[in-house]
Design a binder for this molecule. Structure first.
Ligand SMILES: [Zn+2]
Length: 461
């Protein structure tokens, strides 16, 4: 049995945010099927591809952001396979000499190695009228054929789905900061999972971080069960159907694709001057933003890391920090807000929480109108249904009592519990705990114990 170590490697395909395709002038944003096509992206004989310069710049930026060595010269290859979404019967990609190699990023102080980054074109897309297993026909749309992609290949350095989730969040945050990204949808991941020395299984084409995490969790569970039952793990390609991974086919080896250098495309040469220009034009990266935020808002590293984990969250924080106490905001966002999001399996970008909700929320805390515990309850509601926090807190009876209300409540409790009040007056100081408890109970948890004690002592003095 090789139940030892789980090893996970990733291949991430990120669509690049260009206006036109990788090798032709066809637009990348067209809704009507098969309208954004030409002889190049339909693979007509004799057509000549020309590399999109912006896509190349994006690929170089991404390579630098992931600490890769950018190749001074790289080439395109043809990966041959037959499938209806691939009109040329080969995909233009980089196999022999990719644009960048040998990078790394840190995920919670663990080094994850980036093996290579390659520039390639997307195939077309296939839609089925019903579920793939029962459809009688398929529709092919070549609008996507030729979209620019960057494929990021990692070493099998991950040992859990949790690490993969952190890493993918970081990659998404980086590509969004670089603005090389179109949207969350333009992101697909192939995942390799193996246990000990058993063969690896590839899960193809998973389209969201949450699904990648679920697919890995299922696959690790499945492989462990197979091994425990004395079964051999087959080297194969599987797909994730939303709840389980299912077998697609035996895994091909890279050699089976018969890669050849594409004779239509020249060597990509990147000069030092060009590289310098790209470095200069690069937007602020999450790691740089983290450093800046620590200085600018006087927040600690742990908080800054948590906040930049999602670009939208970091944008949100900076807007909130402008309008209220920046440190209080960092403290609540990096702990309680992320806890609520995690608990609900949500990313910040999936909520409608806005500055207009969060600033007044923090102000309730700042002005002691709400206890920390009550604020925590309020935040849980706000994340799921953003609305005015003051109104909601009032409705849920979460606001701290005013001094007058507290006094009124204290007096009524003392009158109700005459025996214990007399006991206290005679010198039994321990009985005050009972009286405090009664006031808190009457206030439905909104009275602060310390304040109640002060009121009782003052009133009976
Ligand atoms: Zn075209």
């Amino acid at each position: 049995m090789h139940l030892s170590k789980v090893k996970i490697g990733l291949e991430i395909h990120a669509q690049l945010n260009t206006n036109s395709k990788l090798f032709c002038g066809c637009k990348t944003k067209s809704a009507t099927p098969n309208t954004a096509t030409c002889e190049v992206c339909l693979g007509m004989p004799g057509s000549k591809p020309v590399l999109n310069k912006k896509a190349l710049d994006f690929a170089v930026m991404l390579s630098l952001a992931l600490n890769c060595k950018v190749a001074k010269a790289s080439r395109f290859d043809r990966k041959t396979y037959f499938y209806p979404d691939l009109p040329k019967n080969y995909q233009i990609t980089q196999y022999h000499s990719p644009i960048a190699e040998d990078g790394h990023v840190f995920v919670q102080s663990k080094k994850i190695k980036i093996r290579r980054i390659q520039l390639e074109e997307d195939p077309g897309s296939i839609t089925y009228p019903q579920h793939i297993d029962i459809s009688n026909y398929a529709l092919v749309d070549y609008n996507r054929s030729g979209y620019p992609l960057c494929e990021i290949v990692t070493d099998p350095d991950f040992s859990s789905s949790k690490e993969v989730k952190q890493f993918l969040k970081l990659i998404v945050s980086i590509v969004k900061h670089l603005k090389v990204y179109t949207s969350d949808r333009s992101f697909r991941v192939d995942t390799n999972v193996s246990i000990g020395r058993n063969p690896r299984v590839e899960i193809k084409n998973v389209g969201s971080i949450k699904d990648v995490v679920s697919a890995i969790e299922y696959e690790v569970f499945r492989q462990k069960q197979e091994i425990e039952n004395g079964q051999r793990i087959k080297q194969e390609t599987r797909r994730f159907n939303g709840s389980a991974t299912v077998s697609m086919r035996g895994k091909e080896t890279e050699e089976e694709y018969g890669y050849i250098i594409d004779p239509d495309l020249p060597v990509i040469v990147i000069s030092d001057a060009q590289l310098k220009k790209i470095v200069k034009a690069m937007p602020e990266l999450p790691s740089q933003r983290m450093q800046r935020m620590m200085q600018q808002y006087k927040i600690n590293k742990h908080q800054a890391i948590a906040i930049v984990s999602e670009k939208e969250l970091a944008d949100f924080y900076e807007k909130v920090a402008k309008d209220t106490d920046a440190q209080l905001a960092a403290s609540w966002i990096s702990t309680q807000l992320l806890k609520v999001l995690n608990y609900n399996n949500l990313f910040f970008s999936e909520t409608d929480l806005d500055v207009q909700h969060f600033v007044p929320f923090l102000n309730l805390i700042r002005k002691s109108k709400i206890s920390d515990r009550a604020a925590d309850l309020l935040l849980r509601e706000l994340v799921l249904k953003p609305q005015h926090p003051g109104t909601l807190a009032d409705k849920l009876k979460l606001l701290t009592l005013t001094d007058a209300k507290l006094l009124e409540l204290t007096v009524s409790v003392l009158k109700k519990h005459k025996k214990q009040t007399e006991q206290y007056k005679r010198g039994d100081s321990k009985i005050i705990a009972f009286l405090i408890g009664q006031v808190i109970k009457e206030s439905k948890g909104r009275a602060d114990a310390k304040k109640v004690k002060q009121e009782i002592v003052k009133y009976l003095a």
